[in-house]
Design a protein around this ligand. Structure first.
Ligand SMILES: C[S@@+](CC[C@H](N)C(=O)[O-])C[C@H]1O[C@@H](n2cnc3c(N)ncnc32)[C@H](O)[C@@H]1O
Length: 487
């Protein structure tokens, strides 16, 4: 390995090089290659001249057309949401069965595990930071939770269990069949999948290092459990950052192996070093990173401006604690720069500024709507079984899968308060990919823009929210409204 990988840079040089913003040329090459792998895409990424990169149409889109389905680079379901929805830990499709979804939720409810609910909004939007919820970011579709207040009632003993075991079949549930649950390869019992393919893909992408099961490839499973617990108690953005680090380490190892093989075949291969493999592995993340978390996190409303310094120091210290725990769990000497506070802070900053709400609609909602819309005699018959279950579930009988994720292409889309596109899940979009639809006709060469905030808000409110993203909007709508803003 020594002969293969001479480390000629100092550690701090390596960190600085990792954190240097990618040059426009490098970014262009990266996105050209990324997009060329998806032959069907009618978009390109290029510099927009004013504020870095942007996404541009390469073809014409009509109103309502699908512009893009963007698979996430890394994503995670919110910890609290795991109580409500059982989804594939890789593609985030609902799994199991309607009975399992309901039985599991009731079972956890009975155990008294409290869950903080936010209403689901199928319109994905940019997250404005810690614990951002969809409800802050626009209209709610009402698709995921019931609006009428229903009191929870208890079910007879054994019903919950038989829902979970599958012994109790709900009427018409076969019309809403879900993929079977595939367990994690490492045996952690925490991650579940919709297929062997997703289980394998997640394992290879990052889970082999973050699995707490017997086959985990982490340095210490105990340390991993401690890291996860800390993230769950403080901020689950750390879980996303851990996925980004693990993703980079595993990618680095693959690139290194390929590099060694290449050297074995051809002694004249040059440029194959630890730093070069690490930079290559880091590239997808580097395309999104911007600033350190403690510098870019928006000041919460309950923190006085005079306490800003103390607040930012506190966030830095929290990040440091999380990093020490992660280091004890998955440290890799060859990837040591990834474990510096600066790099960790930038990774989390990237999620803070770029992350998007991950939302997948629940089939349980569809199921109860179906029952509700049955002809009256069939409905009465079905409700003899489903009504008590619906009452036991209570108000939030159906909650969407919610989390945060980094979508490489959507993250290149600039904001406009009069956007020509929006992130919106259609009926058929039942996985964790971002879906971008045209709001109006878009012509070849036009920039594709989305709104990071609710564009119907008054001018000043929009600017306040956009300040969290570090800019003041100068879109045509803002330029027109600005002179009248304070009148
Ligand atoms: C998610 S990124 C969009 C891609 C970005 N232009 C890039 O080069 O990576 C969001 C960042 O782009 C810039 N940006 C996006 N929309 C903007 C706008 N309407 N006005 C000014 N800056 C904008 C801001 O710096 C913002 O933090």
């Amino acid at each position: 390995m020594e002969a293969l990988c001479p480390i000629d840079s100092s550690f701090s040089d390596l960190i600085s090089a990792l954190l240097a913003p990618p040059s426009p040329l490098l970014a262009q090459e990266y996105f050209d290659e990324h997009i060329s792998k998806r032959q069907d895409l009618g978009i390109i990424v290029k510099q927009n001249g004013e504020f870095g990169k942007g996404v541009f149409a390469e073809t014409e889109f009509k109103e309502g057309d699908l512009i893009l389905k963007d698979p996430m680079l890394v994503g995670a379901q919110h910890s609290a949401n795991k109580m409500d929805c059982l989804v594939c830990s890789f593609c985030f499709r609902f799994i199991g069965s309607i009975e399992l979804q309901i039985g599991r939720k009731l079972y956890l409810q009975e155990l008294g595990i409290s869950v903080n609910h936010t209403e689901c909004d199928m319109e994905e939007s940019y997250s404005d930071g810690e614990d951002s919820s969809s409800e802050e970011n626009g209209e709610t579709s009402g698709a995921c939770s019931s609006s009428n207040s229903r009191k929870k009632v208890e079910l007879p003993k054994g019903v919950v269990e038989s829902l979970m075991t599958g012994d109790l079949k709900l009427p018409y549930s076969d019309k809403f069949s879900l993929p079977p649950t595939v367990p994690c390869i490492g045996g952690c019992g925490e991650a579940h999948y919709c297929s062997e393919l997703c289980a394998q893909a997640d394992w290879e992408s990052c889970h082999s290092l973050l699995c707490t099961g017997e086959k985990s490839e982490s340095v210490s499973r105990e340390a991993l459990v401690e890291f996860i617990q800390h993230a769950n108690e403080t901020n689950d953005i750390f879980l996303l950052a851990a996925k980004a680090i693990s993703y980079t380490i595993l990618r680095y190892r693959k690139l290194k192996t390929a590099c060694i093989e290449e050297r074995g075949k051809n002694k004249n291969v040059s440029g194959c070093t630890i730093p070069s493999a690490l930079f290559e592995a880091w590239k997808p993340i580097s395309m999104g990173h911007k600033r350190r978390w403690w510098d870019c996190i928006a000041l919460p409303v309950d923190v006085e401006t005079s306490d800003e310094d103390a607040f930012r120091k506190q966030i830095r210290s929290l990040t440091f604690t999380s990093l020490q725990l992660l280091k004890a769990a998955v440290f890799d000497k060859e990837c040591e720069p990834l474990f510096s506070l600066e790099v960790y802070g930038h990774i989390i900053g990237m999620f803070e500024l770029n992350n998007l709400d991950l939302v997948v609609a629940s089939p349980v909602e569809d199921y109860f709507l179906y029952i509700d819309e049955l002809p009256s005699s069939k409905k009465r018959e079905a409700e003899e079984i489903t009504q008590s279950i619906l009452e036991a579930l209570g108000d939030d009988y159906s909650v969407c899968c919610q989390g945060t994720a980094f979508f490489p292409l959507q993250s290149c889309m600039n904001h406009s308060c009069c956007p020509n596109a929006k992130a919106f899940k259609r009926e058929e979009d039942r996985d964790g990919q971002a879906t971008i639809l045209a709001l109006k006709p878009i012509y070849k060469g036009d920039e594709v823009t989305i709104s990071y905030v609710d564009e119907e808000l008054p001018f000043e409110e929009r600017q306040t929210l956009l300040a969290d993203y570090g800019f003041r909007c100068r879109c045509p709508k803002c330029l027109e409204e600005e002179p009248y803003a304070n009148i």
